[in-house]
Design a protein around this ligand. Structure first.
Ligand SMILES: [Zn+2]
Ligand SMILES: [Zn+2]
Length: 261
């Protein structure tokens, strides 16, 4: 039996080596040949816009100047978000933008390990303050179409690399919020807020939750999830996304321009 298992492993290893010869490693973003699998080519690498300090203490919006102490941006001072802190690995631009789109709409789940490494790096300052990692849920209809939730795959990878337990289905999505352009901003905010539900508040009460999503567009989805989690008694709600849209002006409260999530 043991020798059969070994033979199987040997066959698989040989097969992987053979595939590397037949299919040389490709850049995760553009498909050009690279030296090792799971990497970006030099051109795509140089196009990445990493986010980090200095940034808004709360929403993570990048600052051009380091104020020498933690400060909030104007938007967070004017209307503090329901979440405590949000951080993102990258600005939502190519090549990350095309990678996220390939993941969601072309089933490129092979991108997850590489993307998750960057997400873990961005989550660094938040992970020590988290009891649970949980994804922003997809609407069940969308989940049936796509068959996977990219945020859940990223959250699971983050849980594995950090050791912080993963909680699935902590937040439920009960409404699709795509077409709400006809609503007033306030009605839109309420619509998004009511699109989520916490079924088991006892799993949330007193816990520090780290929410995971692929892209922060307007912040409305994270705001709605955080509002629901805080209402259910969460002690802290932080959020980490792979990328975020960087707008020169204040964050709007509309989610209508969000990419299909
Ligand atoms: Zn490339
Ligand atoms: Zn801010």
């Amino acid at each position: 039996m043991g020798s059969l298992g070994q033979a199987g492993r040997f066959a698989r290893t040989t097969m992987a080596a053979a595939l590397d010869v037949v299919l040389p490693p490709r850049c995760l973003a553009c498909g050009d040949m690279v030296a090792e699998s799971g990497a970006l080519c030099g051109d795509c690498w140089s196009d990445l816009t990493f986010l980090g300090d200095p940034c808004c203490l709360q929403c993570g919006y990048p600052f051009e100047l380091d104020f020498g102490e933690p400060v909030r941006c104007g938007a967070c001072l004017a209307k503090p978000p329901a979440y405590d802190r949000a951080r993102a690995a990258f600005a939502y631009e190519d090549p990350i933008r095309s990678m996220v789109i390939s993941l969601k709409h072309a089933d490129r789940t092979d991108l997850v390990p590489g993307l998750a490494r960057w997400l873990t790096r961005a989550a660094g300052p938040l992970i020590d303050d988290a009891d649970l990692v949980t994804p922003v849920p997809l609407h069940p209809k969308r989940l049936r179409q796509r068959r996977f939730n990219q945020a859940a795959m990223l959250a699971q990878a983050l849980s594995r690399s950090s050791g912080v337990p993963y909680a699935s289905m902590l937040i439920r999505r009960r409404r699709d919020t795509r077409s709400q352009g006809h609503l007033s901003p306030e009605a839109r905010r309420r619509n998004v807020e009511h699109a989520f539900r916490i079924d088991e508040p006892d799993k949330v009460a007193g816990r520090r939750i780290l929410l995971v999503d692929d892209v922060l567009t307007t912040g409305a989805t994270l705001e709605a999830c955080a509002t629901n989690l805080k209402r259910a008694g969460a002690a802290r709600v932080d959020a980490v996304t792979l990328a975020r849209v960087i707008r020169p002006t204040a964050v709007s409260s509309s989610d209508e321009t969000a990419p299909l999530s």
